[in-house]
Design a protein around this ligand. Structure first.
Ligand SMILES: Nc1ncnc2c1ncn2[C@@H]1O[C@H](COP(=O)(O)OP(=O)(O)O)[C@@H](O)[C@H]1O
Ligand SMILES: [Mg+2]
Length: 331
């Protein structure tokens, strides 16, 4: 089964006593040194999965090996090999960044001199040297998430779990975390299991992505492969003369299905092969002049749409409505 620093999950289920089947039988494997992006809307079951894999929550059914250890029967061994920065990270606003690190290194039983060295090293690594002696209560969101990361790295774990590490962060802080996470995987061979609601994050950072919805994995693979498999490219054309719109539409209809476009005419191509030349030739043959012609490659959102029938953006709100309905049912 699992490689030494990998993750292997089979038929994992978590049913909350008074809640939904939050994780509904998932299978996945993460190779050592890989960044696995677990992408899904609010309420999809991402945190529940992370809590099971980090041994904070027992599964209802199924099994998983983390770093080669069984999450149910070998909790202490699992915990010795992993680091986790979870969504509800408990930072003390009255302690400084350096004090947090001192506590965490002490918890891991490091000697006094190792504690200082490791603390300084991690503060530098996440860019918190200047803020190290300031109270965390005054930190920005991005600084707090970077401190979470440093704390998760104290014992040099082989596997790192990051639960929505960049949710709510500005672009700059988000990018800084991406860079650091990428470096951990590429340079130090750390295996990363990262959850996110952000398509771009999964796309940019993850070697492989699992898309989760309603507790099930609906698609899995390398982002580029997923996009090529499911999402088809679209072509948008703005005619030089707006009066030509109808004629442009009738030409494009031959190539794919027309879709709405705010400014011009757009079509979703029938095949994955983006054949712009075909579009240009067809327009030319009809003697139509074009002001603007653009190819849109499919995104992970197209993949999500194809698998679930809705867009990832906003899917979480819909989920919350469903959850509210469930809560209203008599027990
Ligand atoms: N402690 C709990 N008790 C009951 N239901 C829960 C609990 N935690 C989460 N849920 C429900 O389980 C589902 C998955 O939640 P979660 O794993 O937190 O999703 P995500 O992290 O993807 O937003 C949601 O419907 C949520 O409301
Ligand atoms: Mg969550």
């Amino acid at each position: 089964m699992a490689g030494e620093n990998g993750i292997e999950v089979r038929g994992l289920v978590r049913e909350y006593r008074k809640g939904p089947r939050a994780v509904d039988g998932i299978d996945l494997s993460v190779a050592p040194g890989e960044i696995y992006g677990f992408l899904g809307p609010n309420g999809a079951g991402k945190s529940t999965t992370v809590h099971m894999l980090t041994t904070l929550l027992p599964p209802t059914a199924g099994a998983a090996l983390v770093a080669g250890y069984d999450i149910v029967r070998q909790g202490p061994q699992v915990r010795a090999h992993i680091g986790a920065a979870l969504q509800e990270a408990a930072l003390d606003p009255l302690l400084t960044g350096r004090e947090h690190l001192r506590l965490q290194t002490a918890l891991h039983g490091m000697s006094r001199s190792d504690r200082k060295r490791r603390g300084d090293e991690l503060l530098a690594r996440v860019g918190l040297v200047e803020a190290a002696d300031r109270k965390v209560g005054g930190y920005s969101g991005g600084m707090k998430r970077r401190l979470d990361l440093a704390l998760a790295l104290v014992h040099s774990p082989e596997i790192l779990f990051l639960d929505e590490p960049t949710t709510g962060l500005d672009v700059q802080s988000r990018t800084a975390l991406w860079v650091e996470t990428g470096r951990l995987a590429k340079e130090e061979g750390v295996t990363v299991f990262l959850t996110t609601q952000y398509l771009e994050e999964a796309d940019v950072l993850a070697d492989r992505v699992g898309i989760i919805d309603h507790g099930r994995i609906v698609a899995e693979g390398r982002p580029s492969v997923l996009k090529a498999e499911i999402g088809r490219p679209t072509v948008e054309v703005i005619p030089a003369d707006p009066a030509d719109s109808a004629r442009v539409a009738s030409v494009l209809e031959q190539i794919g299905e027309l879709i709405s476009s705010p400014k011009g005419v757009a079509v979703r191509l029938r095949s994955n092969e983006a054949d712009l030349a075909e579009v240009v030739r067809a327009l030319d043959a009809a003697d139509l002049r074009v002001e603007h012609l653009q190819l849109h490659q499919p995104s992970l959102d197209d993949v999500f749409l194809a698998k679930t029938g809705r867009s990832l953006e906003g899917a979480g709100e819909e989920e919350e409505e469903v959850a509210a309905e469930v809560a209203l049912e008599p027990a």
